[in-house]
Design a protein around this ligand. Structure first.
Ligand code: AMP
Length: 937
């Protein structure tokens, strides 16, 4: 056995020994000066030829059920034989026969099965030798070995060589997981799922998996391994953090340098202990016996490009929860304000009091620099917290989203971000006036389910202190806490601050968190997306975006639109790695974006194929002009565009699991209703955002939703021409447009009334696709039949196992009267409600097995009963269990009809979704007498 080209293993080369020959002979030839042997036969003038050449026994590796046979041969032109044109042939046949043992020279024609007829591409005339190479596949091999045989039926042929090989996915390491060499599957198992193991010092929450394709290629790794605490990724391995660096948690991050006043003496540190003489609270500080202390802090990570940062320190003295300014009593060296250094010496402290220090960073800009009537952009108000200690709080930042003289909208982030399908987190917001320190402090408490809040009825010109606590959804565990204060009115030159309180007791203990709010518009937003007159994009889906989508067509020059809404990327910052799809305008690649000063990110790169017209280039880039206007967790994010170079590109975030329809088909039956509804919730949130921006998608379908590795679903496909040209589902209408009929609302088909309400109809179809694991809506019905059925008030039936509440929502989306359909806001709320009380998903909608599995499931494709178990299994897309049925002796449809649920389980069908599919189909088969009423009304 030898290794062939990458991913293939030779198992045999045809040898000139012990083959069985009937009429064939071994001939020695000279070609280009070198001699070689061939097997030849040339009985062209005689009728009814049946000449056989059989190979030696070819042993098979057990996993290799599919082998490739590459034949080099010569066929002589029949016209070159005078008078033989009636009997002469120019083809021969390839046969195979399986066997568990070598049978020597015994040859029984009847045991051979025909694989294919082989015809030459090029025929050899008298003086011009033409060698052909053809490769054929022999599938479904199951015994220990096999023979190949070549049948001649009257041609003049010479076989020069036969190579037999199978394909493998070579052993590999991907995303820190190693996967063993795997023999590629056959057609009935086009993608073989392979489990991997994390490499040394890497760990993963979920078992890393990957698929091996029939072509011996690895695709779609799932379940990323990450370097464990104290280790970082270096060239596909996990290496210890160097001395002076640390990493506290398993993540894809690099080791970080130890913060100020700490050190790590060993490599592989999980944290950095304080240096001698320094004491830890949230940071390390120096404590002197003279009731002095040195406060030090990290400068803001993001200075907004400013170098005029100064700091001021404020002190509050707290006793029994009552705080007041420390006043003149304590001393600061060099000063308490105007500090350019990141430390200050504080002295004259009282040993028995609690002190709270606030450090504020100031820049030359202030909130007042913006017009008061328009709130600054969200990004401008992002709070950066710099925790220099080893415990990173789970709520990482809080920001002011909007402010009026009497109200504030705040939102905050949780790290790690809750995954799409993780149980919800609840929050408790406490707030009070910041200087409310006369007597008892009264907090107002709000219980919240979202990471944002609008607080009304506040006093103008007053500073408020807010505190948020997060609780995990299930057991009510507190996970973290954060403080924030905000001034409601004219602000002084400095900005707001975040602070953690602390105690100074007998042994003085103090900590601070430095804090910065920078009035800074992120370059990209200010320069490209928003002019100063623009309102802002909310980063939080629940806040209605104040901005309306701008149709790039309204720009006279589409190139201006692209530059307004998208960041220009230099092509040298983009590396293409692998083709992952075909877009309308060119290939789509997976790749890496490494912009200067930013971390490397995985991206998808859409390219424009060479030879484009200017119109095609503009249409291609219009997608970026649209996508660049959106900023939402469930909308595919634009990283930027390359427009100034010959090869235009659109660079977006990379979605590891690709298109949703394909992904669900590949994972049929593997997700619970709760998980599926979680996916739908994400799509609905994205669509709510789009509809709030008055953007109508027109082509919402599972194929246009992308899925990342945390199963988060994001809406994509925004090209202006997409419905017209891009979508293979698009059908031409009489008016010349193209409409994906099965996904489109009746009024949009009838008179092109595309609105958010027609998007809601499409969302209903996406709900159906998701709950049916990527099944094609309306199965094999023609577009015409679909339109007729919809007009007659028929609707798709509930998918198998679909919660009743979810199906009811689909039916609402498909109301004929579009004004009665729910809005995306209603849909998000309802799905949230279902996810909060998973019991509500337990009631299953009525299901009609005859229609919910593919239509032909009650009979063969021509309407007759199924002729075999395998034909039936194929019709319900469960062919992978053919062998289980055969092994269990269930070989007739009569036996299938006798099967109970328990029997299906016993023959090895384990996945609940597959069990149900088979059981329901049997139910449907038993119920042949009922009519096939396709739709529930
Ligand atoms: P599109 O032209 O947007 O329809 O993209 C064609 C195909 O490329 C899609 O069906 C996906 O399989 C793949 N693709 C596009 N964008 C991404 C992305 N951001 N991440 C991963 N795959 C993508």
């Amino acid at each position: 056995m030898s290794r062939g080209p990458q991913g293939s293993v030779f198992i045999s080369l045809m040898l000139l020994v012990s083959v069985v020959l009937f009429q064939w002979e071994v001939v020695q030839r000279t070609l280009n000066g070198s001699q070689f042997y061939s097997y030849s036969v040339c009985n062209v003038g005689e009728r009814e030829q049946d000449n056989w050449l059989r190979t030696t026994f070819i042993q098979r590796r057990p996993a290799a059920s599919r082998v490739f046979v590459e034949i080099q041969f010569i066929v002589r032109d029949c016209n070159s034989f005078d008078g033989a044109s009636l009997t002469c042939k120019e083809t021969f046949n390839l046969y195979t026969s399986e066997s568990d043992a070598d049978v020597g020279t015994t040859f029984r024609k009847g045991q051979f099965k025909k694989v294919t007829t082989i015809a030459p591409d090029e025929i050899t005339s008298k003086n011009d030798l033409r060698i052909n190479t053809e490769t054929r596949v022999v599938e479904n091999l199951s015994r220990k070995g096999f023979y190949l045989a070549f049948q001649d039926i009257g041609a003049c042929i010479a076989i020069l060589s036969v190579r037999v090989y199978y394909k493998t996915c070579p052993a590999t390491v991907k995303s820190l997981a190693s996967f063993p060499e795997t023999v590629a599957g056959g057609e009935n198992q086009a993608l073989k799922e392979v489990n991997g193991v994390c490499t040394d010092n890497a760990i993963s929450e979920n078992l890393p998996r990957i698929y091996c394709t029939v072509d011996g290629e690895w695709v779609v790794p799932v379940g990323q391994c990450q370097c464990k605490p104290g280790y970082e990724e270096v060239e596909d391995t996990c290496q210890e953090c160097q001395q002076g660096f640390f990493k506290a948690a398993a993540s894809g991050d690099k080791c970080e340098p130890c913060p100020a006043n700490t050190q790590s003496l060993k490599s592989g540190a999980l944290s950095c202990p304080c240096m001698d003489g320094f004491y830890r609270s949230h940071i390390c500080f120096l404590l002197s016996p003279l009731r002095k202390l040195v406060l030090s802090w990290s400068p803001p990570a993001d200075t907004g490009g400013r170098n005029d940062i100064t700091y001021s320190v404020d002190c509050q003295r707290c006793e029994s929860n009552v705080c007041q300014a420390c006043g003149e009593k304590i001393r600061y060296e060099p000063a308490s304000t105007g500090l350019t250094d990141t430390k200050v010496l504080v002295s004259e402290l009282d040993a028995h009091l609690n002190y709270t220090f606030t450090v504020e960073a100031h820049s030359g800009v202030s909130l007042l620099a913006l017009p008061r009537s328009k709130p600054p952009s969200t990004s401008a108000l992002t709070t950066s917290l710099h925790y220099t200690g080893e415990y990173p709080p789970k709520i990482t930042s809080m920001r002011l989203v909007e402010r009026t003289p009497t109200s504030l909208s705040l939102s905050w982030d949780v790290s790690p971000r809750p995954r799409a399908l993780s149980p919800p987190i609840r929050y408790e917001l406490n707030y009070r006036k910041k200087d409310d320190n006369l007597g008892m402090t009264t907090y107002t408490v709000l219980k919240l389910e979202k990471n944002l809040v609008q607080v009304n009825e506040l006093n103008p010109g007053t500073a408020y202190l807010f505190r948020v606590q997060a609780f995990t959804g299930d057991g009510g565990n507190k996970i973290s806490l954060i403080y924030f204060y905000c001034f409601l009115g004219h602000l002084p030159q400095n900005n707001t601050a975040v602070i953690f309180g602390a105690a100074v007791g007998g042994a003085v203990m103090l900590f601070i968190v430095a804090v910065v709010l920078f009035l800074r518009r992120r370059k990209r937003n200010s320069h490209t997306r928003q002019g100063p007159e623009d309102t802002y994009f909310s980063s939080s889906e629940q806040l209605k975006p104040l901005k309306t989508y701008v149709d790039p067509h309204t720009y006279e020059d589409p190139n201006v639109a692209v530059l307004k809404f998208a960041t220009e990327i230099h092509p040298s910052h983009v590396t293409k790695q692998k083709v992952i799809g075909a877009g309308e305008f060119g290939e789509v690649y997976r790749g890496i974006l490494k912009a200067p000063g930013r971390k490397e990110v995985a991206v998808a790169i859409k390219t424009l194929k060479p030879g484009y017209t200017e119109k095609q280039r503009q249409d291609f880039l219009s997608e970026a002009s649209i996508m660049g206007q959106f900023a939402h967790q469930n909308i595919i994010r634009l990283e930027g565009v390359v427009t100034k170079f010959k090869h235009a590109m659109i660079v977006t975030e990379y979605m590891e699991n690709g298109a949703l329809d394909r992904y669900l088909k590949d994972h049929d039956g593997e997700f619970s209703s709760f998980q599926l509804v979680g996916m739908l919730r994400g799509i609905a949130a994205g669509m709510k955002y789009l509809s709030d921006m008055s953007y109508v998608h027109r082509d919402l379908a599972a194929r246009n939703i992308l899925v990342n590795n945390t199963l988060e679903c994001k809406v994509s496909d925004f090209g202006l021409s997409r419905v017209l040209e891009d979508d293979p589902e698009g059908t031409y209408t009489t008016s010349g447009g193209k409409i994906p009929i099965r996904w489109t609302a009746p009024e949009a088909i009838a008179y092109r009334k595309f609105t958010s309400a027609s998007d809601v109809w499409s969302f209903g179809i996406v709900m159906w696709e998701v709950m049916a694991f990527g099944e094609r809506p309306y199965w094999d019905m023609s577009n015409h039949e679909v339109m007729k059925a919809i007009n007659e008030a028929f609707r798709l039936p509930a998918p198998m196992d679909c919660p009743s509440a979810v199906y009811q929502l689909m039916l609402q989306c498909w109301l004929q009267d579009r004004s009665k359909r729910p809005r995306f806001g209603d849909i998000v709320s309802l799905l949230d409600k279902l996810l909060r009380s998973p019991d509500s998903l337990k009631t299953i909608a009525d299901f009609d097995p005859r229609v919910s599995i593919r239509l032909p499931s009650t009979s063969g494709s021509d309407g007759s009963p199924f002729r075999s178990v395998s034909e039936w299994l194929e019709s319900i897309k469960m062919s992978q269990y053919s062998e289980n049925f055969t092994c269990a002796g269930i070989v007739t449809m009569d036996q299938v009809l006798q099967m109970k649920n328990e029997d299906i389980k016993n023959i090895g069908v384990r996945l609940p979704g597959h069990l149900k599919r088979i059981a329901y189909s049997i139910l449907g088969l038993k119920d042949q007498t009922s009519t096939l009423s396709v739709f529930a009304v």
